[in-house]
Design a binder for this molecule. Structure first.
Ligand code: FAD
Length: 470
């Protein structure tokens, strides 16, 4: 049996696990990443980075790598495929980055390798035991002893199951299918570039929907279709090619021919949240902690931001700098965000009409989205820009909107993953772990200084590190 030691074992090298491993490596924590699959699947799955995820990647200098790999810039988000703009949000990234999940993973794994961490592929976590001092994780004939284990192992998480945690929520009635398909010609009415979510998806019959998103190669599209009321007995069974062809024929007629189906997958509209995100030395993040129908394009985004929240807290704990309660704030903050997403996804599902009166309701809802305050409310939800970790809507707990400095942007100061003190007056003796910058202005005119957490949210307006760093 091979044995390793580490600060943290990350189970799963999807976007959540890779982001977390990057955060830990940046903070100098020894991290072991176990991945069940021998090679990356290359499946495109998620197609977007929401504005807050773009900001979060920018805080670590990672956004450029993602944008290099992107195939579209999408001017708006959507709520049940009703476009919602990002106007009015103070962000440098008021758009969705169109990028296949596989490319997000490739960018994150590339950076991880530069930090000296290699994903251990073909290593499936098969068990673990925890005691007062650490966790011993087994992956086949490999054993890793670490202070913490984080299950980033997806919706069917072995870590969550081994903990015996209830995955609370609703079993949906319907299903969806996604496939990347290449047509012989451009389907009638289909857009050739992805710039907006407007008119991307249509409803054919009550509860049914179908849509195409162009993927940046001639006649290559993400086909999505589904049914709110019906699902096959076995959701995990292979999707028959004939079913995909029939769905396309029903929408576009006989003349549109599928030349290639690159991959196809069926997913449920179940909506579930882990009862808790932490049991002793074991945490859950990403789909391991929450699953939902991919309405609004939020799942990958939620996972990457879970990782951004947890990474610096684990690192602070492992270096002896975490005050009491810091690690538990991960669940308090991120479970509440996931609960909000599950709620907004449920509302989006309810807007797929089953009856004529629901169709009328959707029409009315669409009209209401023209009201700027409504747009802001909805876009704040799906984009992640409305996330606030404070007890009220004050400056403490708010995200720091990025702003220009003489030398670049405020976001550049976060590349090292440390706390940042932005101050309009000369700084008092700062904590040695804090990056300090004197700035002429702050996004809040009445505020003189802000201590900002490594994940870009305001910790305090006094600049004090009390309660944040020992
Ligand atoms: C068709 C489809 C479309 C989607 N579209 C969007 C979208 O547009 N926008 C969006 O934000 N989200 C979207 N999502 C959701 C998004 O794909 C997920 O939320 C995201 O993959 C979650 O990332 P993760 O890293 O938490 O989990 P995963 O991506 O599931 O990664 C988990 C990893 O853990 C590995 N693993 C599993 N078990 C073990 C084990 N025992 N030991 C070691 N490794 C293990 C797996 O092989 C995998 O690599 C979509 C999902 C689907 C299916």
């Amino acid at each position: 049996m091979d044995e390793l030691t580490a600060g943290v074992v990350v189970a799963g090298a999807g976007p959540t696990g890779l982001m977390l491993a990057n955060e830990l490596a940046l903070a100098g924590v020894a991290v072991v990443v176990l991945e069940r699959l021998p090679v990356r699947t290359g499946l495109s799955k998620a197609l977007n980075l929401q504005p807050r995820t773009a900001e979060v990647l920018d805080l670590r200098g990672l956004l450029g790598r993602a944008e290099e790999r992107s195939f579209a810039t999408v001017a708006d988000g959507h709520f049940s495929v009703i476009p919602v703009g990002y106007a009015g949000w103070d962000t440098r990234h008021p758009y969705q980055v169109g990028i296949p999940q596989a490319q997000v993973e490739a960018a994150l794994e590339e950076r991880l390798a530069e930090q000296g961490v290699k994903v251990l592929r073909g290593h499936e976590l098969t068990g673990f035991e925890q005691d007062a001092d650490g966790v011993t994780v087994t992956a086949g004939d490999l054993r890793v002893r670490a202070a913490y284990l984080v299950g980033c192992d997806g919706g069917r998480s072995a870590v969550r199951k081994a903990l015996g945690l209830p995955f609370e929520g609703i079993e949906g009635r319907g299903h969806g299918v996604s496939a990347d398909v290449r047509f012989s010609t451009t389907p009638p009415g289909a857009p050739t570039e992805w710039r907006s979510m407007g008119n991307m998806v249509t409803s054919l019959r009550p509860g049914k929907f179908i849509g195409l998103i162009p993927l940046g190669e001639p006649n290559l599209y993400r086909l999505s279709y589904g049914d709110r009321l019906n699902r096959p007995d076995d959701l995990r069974a292979e999707v028959p090619e004939a079913e995909v062809r029939a769905a396309v024929r029903e929408r576009f007629g006989d003349e549109v021919e599928i030349e290639e189906i690159r991959w196809v997958s069926r997913f449920s509209d179940d909506s579930r949240l882990a009862a808790t995100y932490r049991v002793g030395r074991v945490f859950l993040a990403g789909d391991a902690a929450h699953i939902h129908f991919p309405a609004g394009g939020q799942g990958l985004n939620l996972g990457v931001q879970d990782a951004m929240n947890l990474g610096w807290k684990l690192a602070a704990d492992l270096t002896g700098r975490a005050p009491a309660g810091l690690l538990d704030s991960y669940e308090t903050e991120r479970r509440a965000v996931a609960e909000g997403v599950l709620q907004n996804v449920a509302a989006q599902n309810a807007l797929i009409p089953l009856t004529p009166d629901q169709l009328a309701l959707r029409g009315l809802f669409r009209e209401l989205t023209a009201i700027p305050e409504v747009q802001r409310k909805l876009s704040g939800m799906v984009s992640g820009l409305a996330i606030h970790y404070g007890p009220d809507d004050g400056v403490e707990g708010a995200r720091l909107p990025d702003f220009p400095l003489d030398t670049g942007f405020a976001s550049d100061l976060f590349h090292s993953g440390k706390f940042v003190l932005l101050t309009k007056t000369p700084a008092f003796a700062p904590h040695p772990e804090v990056v300090v910058a004197e700035v002429p202005e702050l996004p809040w005119p009445d505020v003189t200084r802000v201590l900002v957490r490594p994940d870009g949210y305001v910790a305090s307006t006094t600049g004090s590190t009390d309660g944040w760093l020992k």
